[in-house]
Design a protein around this ligand. Structure first.
Ligand code: BDR
Ligand code: CA
Length: 319
């Protein structure tokens, strides 16, 4: 059996950058492409960050595709102030890393998702760690891919705890609740890795200090970028001792599902006030035989953190 193929669909801020690093450091999968999304920053700026990060991490072949610039119900997108506070104006804690000279791919990200679904079918894993706009447009353009794609492991939502941008909504879902609802209501086999588990996986300056000791260009850059993120969490007074590893946890779960305990639930996303952006069980599919989504509600924190540190430190030592 060949290795599974992974596509990341990112709004390349700080934890998205850690998701790229985790995927590159994981020999179980082939990262075949990155699709850009808006969210933590504008889509084009995120695409440039992805190209720069791949370059920093010694990877010069993985293509980066353009995705949508805004939600399916809007015509434009303005980055939220809170996103800039957490990820910096450039999405990477205002740390400058060398600019990649590589251009983005000419095919659209949505067509890339569709073509990859047909080519790799059940071997394809899609990991969206931004809004679900690109994936919703891909299944609208070619609904057949819903039953072709092996699995979708997404970072987004909150089932058992409140949201992080409103009382009920998590940031990625909140950017495009309609798109997210279409994805949850589709036939796609989804694992939801939401705040229920990602807020239980925290990184501190103790770990970034270990990266500093590696003293390579990538380890120094990632230590600076993640320290910005840790400081932002401290300023937000979240009661968390460190910063949340939202997006790399989704990649880790896509590779090793045993890291989390899940509940099978057919999910929906509320799209109207006062609960817009809430991820919750779909009452109209309560009695259907099989749930299309499993929701992560518990995580093996220690095992994930030690795997995360081993993988990233090994990658940083080589670059
Ligand atoms: C999610 O929102 C984004 O800001 C982060 O990158 C992460 O994907 C957390 O709610
Ligand atoms: Ca993200």
């Amino acid at each position: 059996m060949g290795r599974k193929k992974m596509i990341l669909d990112l709004d390349t801020g700080i934890d998205d950058a850690l998701a790229i690093a985790y995927a590159l450091a994981s020999t179980e999968i082939d990262l075949i492409g990155i699709v850009g999304s808006y969210g933590n920053l504008q889509m084009l700026a995120g695409v440039q960050n992805s190209l720069n990060l791949l370059n920093l991490l010694g990877e010069s072949n993985i293509p980066v595709y353009l995705g949508e610039k805004h939600s399916i119900t809007t015509q434009s997108f303005d980055t939220l102030e809170i996103s800039q506070e957490i990820h910096g104006m450039n999405g990477l804690g205002d740390i400058k890393i060398p600019k990649s000279s590589r251009p983005y791919a000419s095919e659209s990200g949505i067509d890339f998702i569709i073509d990859s679904a047909h080519e790799f079918q059940s071997d394809l894993i899609i990991v969206p760690t931004g809004p679900l706009t690109n994936l919703s447009l891909a299944i609208k353009k070619d609904p057949k891919i819903e039953t072709l794609i092996g699995k979708v492991v997404l970072m987004g939502g909150a089932l058992t705890i409140p949201g992080n941008v409103t009382a009920v909504a998590e940031a990625n879902i909140n950017q495009d609740p309609e798109a997210a609802n279409e994805v949850f209501q589709s036939k796609l086999p989804i694992t939801m890795v939401g705040l229920d588990v990602t807020l239980k996986t925290l990184l501190t300056k103790k770990e970034t200090e270990l990266w500093r000791e590696i003293d390579s260009p990538s380890s120094r850059a990632f230590a600076d970028i993640v320290d910005y993120y840790i400081n932002a969490y401290a300023n937000l007074k979240t009661n968390l001792d460190g910063c949340a590893l939202h997006d790399p946890l989704a990649v880790a779960v896509a590779i090793d599902a045993s890291l989390v305990t899940t509940l099978p639930i057919n999910m929906k996303v509320d799209t109207e006030a006062p609960f817009s952006g809430r991820t919750i069980g779909d009452e109209t599919r309560l009695n259907s035989n099989q749930a299309t989504t499993v929701v992560a509600v518990a995580v093996e924190t220690e095992r994930f953190l030690s795997t995360f540190m081993t993988r990233l430190s090994t990658l940083f030592s080589k670059n």
